[in-house]
Ligand binder design. Structure first.
Ligand code: SF4
Length: 298
């Protein structure tokens, strides 16, 4: 397939408008990173215009080198002890009913950053008692005591991405493993949490492999699944194997729901945190973004 030109369904809104400007300014003031910018998310224009962003904690340099991800790899920065309070303030200033937090992988830390995760969830909860908190975490190398540290802070949604089908784990996310990610998800599910994961299509997976992955995830008790198109962030990253049509994404949505997944968001531009407030409504009861966004009207 010729993948040199993006199909029309992947054209995203360009960043502009008061909402975008307000989010951008606030993030600068709070000195915070977002996965939206660090991972070159195509939805940045739309999400920031809505007054929402996914905050990324523990710095913006990752100890892993996944071949799909635009986040910088290298020696991470020191732990920023003021970050949890600034994240909590940013969530308050965006006036979010549902916030998504994520982080880089910090494999050099003995707890993988789990204690900072827990401190951040608690700080956000304290400052924003009515906001649903979704955590999109790394695998903590499968150390369940570190996963428990995060879970003990009581996030509303526990999200960890398996990213792709089993066969493609190594080329796509070299330091991760399909079975390890699934066991992290099952662990959270076993503790009674709402669990969420996501995969990308267009990395070379076969149809029967996607089917098997969805069956695996349904068997693990996953509540929410996101499926979106892989986009190559730079020529150094894995090439796009194919453009998956909106019709095929729709097929996977119905397939997933039919085998027992609770919510399946499947469309070309779907990302883990894209419209996460709406995906999770069934589980969190949290409302949509407050239409009178404080930032946008500030
Ligand atoms: S989809 Fe998620 S990562 Fe992308 S811009 Fe929206 S909030 Fe940010």
């Amino acid at each position: 397939m010729d993948t040199s030109r993006k199909p029309p369904w992947l054209r995203a809104k360009l960043p502009s408008g008061d909402g975008y400007t307000a989010v951008n300014k606030m993030l600068g003031e709070q000195d915070l990173h977002t996965v939206c910018r660090s991972a070159q998310c195509p939805n940045l224009g739309e999400c920031w215009s809505r007054g929402t962003a996914t905050l990324m904690i523990l710095g913006n340099i990752c100890t892993r080198s996944c071949n799909f991800c635009a986040i910088q790899t290298g020696r991470p920065t020191e732990i920023d002890l003021g970050e949890p309070a600034r994240v909590a303030e940013a969530v308050a200033r965006m006036n979010l009913r549902h916030c998504v937090l994520t982080s880089v992988a910090r494999d050099e830390l003995t707890d993988g950053g789990a204690s900072v995760w827990a401190a951040t969830v608690r700080a956000v909860r304290y400052r924003n008692p009515h906001t649903a908190i979704e955590v999109l975490v790394p695998d903590f190398k499968g150390r369940m005591n570190d996963v428990d540290t995060v879970l003990d802070a009581r996030p509303d949604i526990f999200n960890h991405n398996v990213e792709t089908v089993e066969r493609l784990q190594k080329p796509v996310r070299v330091q991760a493993r399909y079975d390890r990610s699934r066991s992290v998800l099952r662990h959270a599910k076993g503790r009674g949490f709402t669990v969420k994961t996501g995969i990308m299509l267009g990395l070379g997976e076969k149809i029967e492999e996607v089917e098997q992955t969805l069956r695996d995830l349904a068997g693990d008790g996953i509540d929410i699944l996101t499926i979106g198109q892989y986009l190559q962030p730079s020529p150094k990253h894995l090439p796009v194997d194919r453009w998956v049509t909106p019709e095929e994404f729709n097929h996977w949505k119905h397939f997933g729901l039919g085998i027992g997944l609770g919510v399946v968001e499947s469309a070309p531009l779907v990302r883990s945190s894209y419209h996460a407030d709406e995906q999770s409504l069934k589980y969190t009861g949290a409302g949509h973004l407050n239409s009178e966004n404080r930032l946008a009207s500030a």
